[in-house]
Ligand binder design. Structure first.
Ligand code: ATP
Ligand code: SF4
Ligand code: MG
Length: 317
């Protein structure tokens, strides 16, 4: 059974002049138990909006989000607290996401208290246990966020997400604001926690090297849509969509067989305001664009098992 299944999800944000930004424009994917789905794409393509809809911080306009057979758009009051415990999020900014006036103990205990846990002994045991899991000892309980290194702050952010035994954690760029020396340790920690708990991740990141290390499958987003999806090997070692190839050209990801075509993206991402429906969204930047790319939108096509691409180079329909 899927832990999470998303079907045809849309989110538009109203902006000045009566326009709407299409932040998420018909996205579908699923995540299996214990699996990490990496979600990549340039800034503004809608990654965080997808993550925020899953943790119910943003309300979708259309589409379905189903978590273990439970429709997250229609949550009954009796299920609300349980679902908040089972679906957690770790944010990008380790310091900004921690309350500077609270001690580590209270920061980690808060989601449990909100979930109704009142037994002080239980709370303390659980907080100490989760601190151990993120490789920090009891001496941290009385510290304030400002007394911690960036790496330690993000460990507290991770501990706060894991203290409620979640089944799904949205990791929204959890390493991108960290100093480079802390990134590797947080990646290893996230890997270890997944092995120990069996939880699933939606891992949002710009850093394709880290996405490759952590993800079982990868979805590539462009202007609110998924343009390519497959296993990490399929997307990184046998990418098909011109946009994915361009993203990979810009990274240091090792390519031992020197097979990857090198080309770089020209121009800016087009405005997500009122996007035309009858052309490929990538047409203004694509070196392979032809006349049919300006007349209709390519549909997703499975080109090998588990590997889907939306591009007329593979899909003549
Ligand atoms: N609350 C909002 N109101 C209006 N527009 C918004 C809002 N939230 C996001 N947007 C717009 O929706 C689009 C998608 O934003 P989102 O934050 O999801 O992108 P992202 O892929 O996470 O970008 P980044 O990599 O920079 O974090 C952007 O154009 C953004 O400006
Ligand atoms: S459909 Fe055309 S414009 Fe779009 S990515 Fe493919 S070749 Fe490029
Ligand atoms: Mg974001």
């Amino acid at each position: 059974m899927d832990v999470l299944k998303i079907d045809n999800l849309h989110k538009r944000f109203p902006v000045k002049g009566g326009h709407k930004i299409c932040a998420v424009n018909g996205i579908s994917f699923s995540i299996q138990p214990g699996e990490t789905l990496g979600l990549v794409g340039e800034s503004g393509c809608g990654k965080s909006t997808v993550g925020r809809m899953i943790v119910r911080l943003t309300i979708p306009d259309e589409g379905e989000i189903v978590f273990e057979n439970q429709d997250l758009r229609r949550v009954k009051k009796k299920d609300d607290m349980r679902l908040r415990r089972e679906i957690q999020i770790v944010f990008q900014d380790p310091y900004g996401s921690l309350n500077p006036r609270k001690k580590v103990y209270d920061i980690i205990a808060e989601p449990m208290r909100l979930g109704g846990e009142k037994d002080k002994v239980q709370l303390k045991n659980k907080v100490i246990n989760i601190l151990k899991m993120v490789e920090l000892d009891e001496s941290y309980l009385d510290k304030y966020p400002i007394q911690l290194t960036q790496g330690e702050q993000q460990r507290i952010g991770v501990a706060r997400a894991f203290v409620t035994d979640p089944k799904l954690v949205v990791l929204d760029e959890p390493t991108s604001l960290l100093d480079i020396r802390f990134r590797g340790e947080i990646v290893l920690l996230l890997k270890k926690l997944q092995e120990e708990t069996g939880c699933s991740y939606l891992f949002i990141s710009h850093d394709l090297n880290i996405v490759y290390q952590l993800s079982h499958r990868v979805a590539v987003m462009y202007l609110g849509r998924i343009v390519e999806e497959g296993s990490a090997e399929q997307v990184f070692r046998n990418s098909k969509h011109p946009y994915t190839k361009a993203l990979l050209s810009a990274t240091l990801l090792p390519d031992p067989e020197q097979k990857r075509e090198e080309f770089f993206l020209k121009g800016e991402v087009p405005s997500p305001l009122d996007l035309p429906e009858n052309q490929c969204d990538f047409v203004s930047r694509c070196p392979f664009a032809n006349e049919s790319c300006k007349k209709k939108r390519p549909k997703p096509l499975q080109i090998e098992e588990g590997h889907t691409v939306s591009c007329f180079l593979y899909n003549e329909q």
